[in-house]
Design a protein around this ligand. Structure first.
Ligand SMILES: Cc1cc2nc3c(=O)[nH]c(=O)nc-3n(C[C@H](O)[C@H](O)[C@H](O)COP(=O)(O)O)c2cc1C
Length: 183
């Protein structure tokens, strides 16, 4: 099982990235292979050609293609920006399509308000369905992210537990889907 954690904010002062790192750490502790797809680091230009028809895909896209083909399931960690997930996240993910098909997606959304990114969550679930993903019914919303970490360390273990519960159900679903597909 190989999991991609997508970190969905490209802002220099992004707070959701801490959540993405926390999710990655907890997946690693479970002994599960994983990698972080940080959209800020990938820094893809505004989409012109999707990977499949790109006349000149650079190294970044080619490396992503290899990694995505090896990925079984995704956790998207996304902030809420103006009632949805960031355009930069969609722009990045839209370079690919068939690499997502019939793979499980779980969402963790993040905001500095009290609603925890619920609007981004709903829109992301819709997006994952559109790209032929299988949406995990389990999710985590993250209100008031500014109070969750101190010097990069999670201070709310109840929140950590919610992430662990999400991961348990998500990984069970991802395993089951992989099993069926390998039959
Ligand atoms: C352009 C922009 C729009 C935002 N819109 C919302 C919003 O609609 N709802 C919300 O709860 N928070 C909103 N926020 C605040 C984010 O929830 C906050 O920045 C939080 O730290 C998560 O985003 P980040 O990972 O980019 O920091 C917005 C922030 C930005 C930069």
């Amino acid at each position: 099982m190989n999991i991609a954690i997508i970190s969905g904010s490209a802002r220099p002062e992004r707070q959701s990235h801490q959540v993405a790192l926390e999710v990655q750490q907890r997946i690693t502790i479970l002994g599960i292979e994983n990698w972080l797809w940080d959209i800020k680091e990938t820094n893809l230009p505004l989409l012109d050609y999707t990977f499949d028809v790109h006349p000149n895909p650079g190294d970044t896209l080619k490396q992503l293609k290899v990694k995505l083909d090896q990925t079984d399931a995704f956790v998207i960690v996304s902030p809420e920006h103006n009632g949805s997930y960031p355009g930069a996240l969609k722009n990045t993910m839209d370079y690919f399509y068939k690499e997502y098909v019939h793979k499980v997606f779980a969402m963790v959304t993040v905001s500095n308000g009290v609603l925890g990114g619920i609007n981004a969550l709903k829109n992301l679930q819709h997006y994952a369905l559109k790209i032929n993903g299988i949406v995990s019914p389990e999710f985590v919303i993250t209100p008031q992210v500014q109070n969750l970490f101190k010097d990069g360390v999670l201070t709310d273990e109840k929140y950590g537990h919610r992430i662990d519960v999400l991961l348990k159900h998500f990984l069970e679903l991802a395993e089951a889907v992989k099993l069926i597909q390998n039959k």
